[in-house]
Design a protein around this ligand. Structure first.
Ligand code: NDP
Length: 283
C-alpha cells in the first residue's frame, strides 16, 4: 500500500491529509514541529484532529509527497525533503502560481492546479469547498488518480493542463492584484476604475498566455469578470488576506511569473508591469 505524506499542515495540506485519511490511506502530515491540527467542514460542527509530525525530525520516506506550504515558504522546506522522499517518490506541489517546481531537485515532480478552498486560523482549518487537483497526464499522475479514487480527493489528469495552469494564473492575476493593492475584498470591483484595471489585467494576462502558446476563446476576460461578479462583497483573496495581515505575498510566482514572461516576449503589458512593480515592494 502506498504511503502518502503532506508537508504544510495549512488549509490545503490538512484538507488533503483528511481526505486521504478518511479513505484508510497511510498518511503523514509534516509541519514545523510536532503538534495537532483540527479540521472542520464549513457549516458542520464535527472536528477532526490530525497529528502533525516535525519535518525536520522526520526519517520515514513516503511514496507520494504533497507539498502544500505557501510559495514564500518553499525555500525553507527544501533542505528537509530528503527526510521524507526516496528516489521513486512522486512529488505533487499544491501551490498557486507557476515556475517554482524548478526549485525541487527530483525527477518525478508535478505541480497541481489547486481547487481546494479553505482557511487556517491558529491550529484550526476550515474547508470551504472543492477537493480537486488538476495535473498533467502521465503514468505517475494516472497511478495517483487510480490509488486515490476512493477518497474525497479528486485528481484530474489532463491533456490541456497548460491551459488549466494559465486559466488559474489569469484568474488570480486579476482579482488578487486589485484586492491586495487596494486592501479591499471583492467589493472593490464596484469602483468602475478598479473594475477596468482588473479587466485590463486579464486582457494582458491572456496576451502573455498566447505568447506562450496557450490560446483561449475571445470571451475569456468577460467570462472571468462574470465569475468575479458572483463573489460576495466581503470575500477576500489569499493575497488580500496576506496583505492586510502583513504576511509575505505570493507575488513572485503569480504576477511575477507572468511579468517575467511578458518581458521575455517583449510584450506591451503596462497594467501588469505597473501593478507588479508596486506589489513586489511588499515582499
Ligand atoms: P496555509 O498558510 O494555510 O498553510 C501553509 C502551511 O505550511 C502552514 O501550516 C505552515 O505552518 C506550513 N509551513 C510553513 N513553513 C513550513 C516549514 N518550514 N515546515 C513545515 N511546515 C511549514 O496556506 P494554504 O494552504 O492556504 O496555501 C498553500 C498553497 O495553496 C498556496 O500556494 C496557496 O496560494 C494555494 N492555494 C490555497 C487555497 C486556499 O483556499 N487556501 C486555494 C488554492 C490554492 P504554520 O501554520 O506553522 O505557519
Amino acid at each position: 500500500m502506498k504511503k502518502f505524506g503532506i508537508i504544510g499542515p495549512g488549509a490545503v495540506g490538512t484538507a488533503i491529509a483528511y481526505a486521504l485519511n478518511q479513505s484508510g490511506h497511510i498518511v503523514s502530515l509534516f509541519g514545523r514541529s510536532h503538534s495537532t491540527v483540527q479540521f472542520q467542514e464549513y457549516n458542520q460542527n464535527e472536528q477532526h484532529e490530525l497529528t502533525v509530525h516535525s519535518l525536520q525530525e522526520a526519517n520515514e520516506t513516503v511514496d507520494v509527497l504533497f507539498i502544500a506550504v505557501k510559495t514564500t515558504q518553499l525555500d525553507s522546506i527544501i533542505p528537509y525533503l530528503n527526510n521524507v522522499i526516496h528516489s521513486n517518490s512522486v512529488i505533487i506541489l499544491t501551490q498557486n502560481g507557476y515556475g517554482q517546481l524548478e526549485k525541487i531537485d527530483h525527477p518525478n515532480k508535478y505541480q497541481a492546479v489547486v481547487y481546494i478552498s479553505g482557511q487556517k486560523d491558529g491550529h484550526h482549518v476550515t474547508h470551504f469547498r472543492d477537493w480537486t487537483l488538476k495535473l498533467p497526464i502521465n503514468d505517475y499522475t494516472l497511478d495517483l488518480q487510480q490509488s486515490t479514487q476512493q477518497s474525497l480527493l479528486n485528481i484530474e489528469c489532463l491533456e490541456d493542463y497548460a491551459e488549466q495552469v494559465w486559466y488559474k494564473l489569469i484568474v488570480n492575476l486579476g482579482i488578487n492584484t486589485v484586492t491586495a493593492l487596494t486592501r479591499q475584498p471583492a467589493k472593490v470591483l464596484n469602483a468602475i476604475e478598479v473594475k477596468t484595471l482588473c479587466y485590463n489585467l486579464l486582457v494582458e494576462g491572456k496576451r502573455v498566455a498566447e505568447a506562450e502558446g496557450v490560446y483561449f476563446n475571445d470571451d475569456l476576460e468577460n467570462s472571468i469578470m462574470k465569475i468575479y461578479d458572483g463573489y460576495p462583497d466581503d470575500m477576500g483573496t489569499s493575497m488580500y488576506y496576506d496583505m492586510i495581515n502583513n504576511r509575505p505575498l505570493e507575488t513572485q510566482y503569480i504576477q511575477g511569473y507572468i511579468y517575467q514572461l511578458s518581458q521575455k516576449h517583449q510584450l506591451s503589458t503596462p497594467h501588469i508591469d505597473s501593478t507588479y512593480a508596486i506589489l513586489s515592494t511588499f515582499q
